[in-house]
Design a protein around this ligand. Sequence first.
Ligand SMILES: CC(C)(COP(=O)(O)OP(=O)(O)OC[C@H]1O[C@@H](n2cnc3c(N)ncnc32)[C@H](O)[C@@H]1OP(=O)(O)O)[C@@H](O)C(=O)NCCC(=O)NCCS
Length: 134
Amino acid sequence: MQMEDLPAIARIEPTIFPYPWTLGNFRDSLNSGYSCWVFEQNSQIMGYAVLMMVLDEAHLLNISVALPWQGKGYGRALLQHMMEIGRRHGGANMFLEVRPSNTAAIALYESQALMKWPYAVATILPPMAVKTPY
Ligand SMILES: CC(C)(COP(=O)(O)OP(=O)(O)OC[C@H]1O[C@@H](n2cnc3c(N)ncnc32)[C@H](O)[C@@H]1OP(=O)(O)O)[C@@H](O)C(=O)NCCC(=O)NCCS
């Protein structure tokens, strides 16, 4: 992810999140050195994710696939990529938050053994990842 990607990302956010991040939130993430990724085709951004490392904790702050591209396996591929990035940065645990109503995300995380409802202890990076309902 680069600064010039942010206007396109800020247009996608409100189409997929009830409480979207602003362009400024993504800019702050880049400026803070978080691991920020996009995947794109023909210069069209299809999805993106933001990972913050705190010591050996990988915090997945955002993972998104734009509406036209959802349900095609890209979210799982992006999640697996971010898990690998977390590992490469020395992550032992991955933390994430998901609303209980977000059944698609929950199913995705569960499919990767990332969470057990209602509190997750997951096994991806062994030993685990955690989710917090809110
Ligand atoms: C959550 C999200 C990233 C999933 O990405 P995606 O590309 O649509 O998901 P995939 O096609 O890779 O599907 C992976 C798994 O997610 C689950 N899933 C995806 N869409 C689903 C849906 N509509 N209903 C239920 N489960 C769904 C399934 O378990 C699926 O595995 P399967 O196809 O083997 O059954 C995407 O829906 C998204 O960006 N949503 C809006 C933003 C968001 O909520 N992000 C997560 C915040 S916690």
